[in-house]
Ligand binder design. Structure first.
Ligand code: 3HC
Length: 311
């Protein structure tokens, strides 16, 4: 019986078809998806904080309304992804508790500060650019709800990346002080953006299995390389330098060679010792506690409605 179920699961994956919530799936597949989709959702919600920091201080009404739209998009991405995770048997309350008590991971990239307006450009161009490299292949993830959520999210991400590039372009071609501000932001965000793709394949315990299950379509290093190859020409158009003296085109491989990433920094951030980890989690806790009355009121109202309907 179990062999038939496993066989049907394997055949569905091999045939490039989707596993849907009601289908049988190996427990390990379910757990991997809850882990990855949950972390992805947490990343979107925490990712609202670095940019939210500049909504009240944006340099123009146009920039302010674009930034607000972007942060709202990220809240929506979080909700899609929490809903996708809920189809696997975990509920949002549990996931939120895990985020607030620090047991759930979210992307390392959101633990860095945003000291200047140029960081809004660097986040849009580099962080959303990296997100697009990572998320486009996820549109073909074997688990239906995840792949479908990604299609909608990717459409909105490309607007995020475009507006970030435009902010940097304007600053880079502005006054010397504005150019310097843009360069400093790129210097701060380049290496953490490369770390977003995860540890090197040799140190990635989950990649092989995730590739076999066609959750991941490419390895961490392959997507990181794709992002580097995409970013170097864009930096030239921006007139900004990437902070890696070892970056150079390799005719033989058809890719850019790049310098060593500081994986100790990555490990430190994952252990909660990044520049903003404590701030991000305490902000999330305060927002959750501050919203308790809304959840209670909604639950009380739903009960009254249900009682009225039953009467
Ligand atoms: N930040 C935090 N943790 C990370 C990480 C990162 N950048 N990269 C890897 N890790 C963790 C993994 O979660 C795993 O820990 P766990 O087993 O306890 O979960 C461990 O490090 C080993 O890494 P693996 O490569 O083996 O893990 P994965 O196979 O899960 O690969 C991943 C990591 C590539 C991030 C993959 O989980 C993934 O593609 N996730 C979906 C995309 C995502 O979450 N993007 C984050 C940014 S969200 C975003 O960009 C929003 C946009 O609007 C800006």
């Amino acid at each position: 019986e179990l062999d038939d179920l496993q066989e049907r699961f394997d055949a569905t994956i091999a045939a490039e078809q989707r596993i849907e919530p009601r289908d049988w799936m190996p427990e390990a597949y379910r757990r991997t998806l809850i882990r990855q989709i949950g972390q992805h959702a947490h990343s979107e919600i925490i990712g609202m904080q670095p940019e939210g920091n500049w909504i009240t201080r944006a340099p123009s009404l146009k920039r302010k309304s674009i930034l607000m739209a972007k942060v709202q998009d990220e809240a929506g991405h979080g909700l899609y992804l929490y809903s996708a995770a809920e189809t696997l048997g975990i509920d949002r309350t549990t996931m939120t508790e895990q985020l607030i008590d620090g047991t759930a991971k979210y992307s390392s990239i959101f633990n860095y500060p945003t000291p200047t307006w140029a960081d809004m450009g660097a986040i849009g161009w580099l962080v959303d650019g990296a997100a697009i490299c990572n998320q486009v292949p996820l549109c073909r993830a074997s688990y239906g709800p995840y792949g479908r959520a990604m299609v909608r999210i990717c459409k909105e991400e490309s607007f995020h990346q475009r507006q970030g590039f435009e902010i940097l372009y304007e600053l880079s071609h502005g006054t010397p002080a504005q150019h310097r501000m843009a360069q400093e932001a790129v210097d701060r965000w380049w290496w953490p953006a490369l770390m977003m793709f995860g540890p090197p394949d040799a140190d990635s315990p989950n990649t092989a299995q995730s590739m076999e299950w066609k959750i991941k379509r490419f390895t961490n290093d392959e997507l990181r390389q794709r992002f580097i190859d995409m970013s170097v020409p864009q930096a030239e158009v921006l007139g900004l330098a990437l902070p890696d003296p070892d970056l150079r085109w390799n005719e033989a491989t058809g890719h850019y060679d790049s310098g060593e990433i500081d994986w100790t920094e990555f490990t430190e951030v994952l252990k909660g010792r990044g520049p903003c980890n404590a701030l991000r989690v305490s902000n999330r806790r305060r927002a959750h506690e501050g919203g308790a009355w809304v959840r209670e009121a909604a639950a009380a109202y739903a009960q009254k409605q249900a009682a009225r309907a039953a009467a």
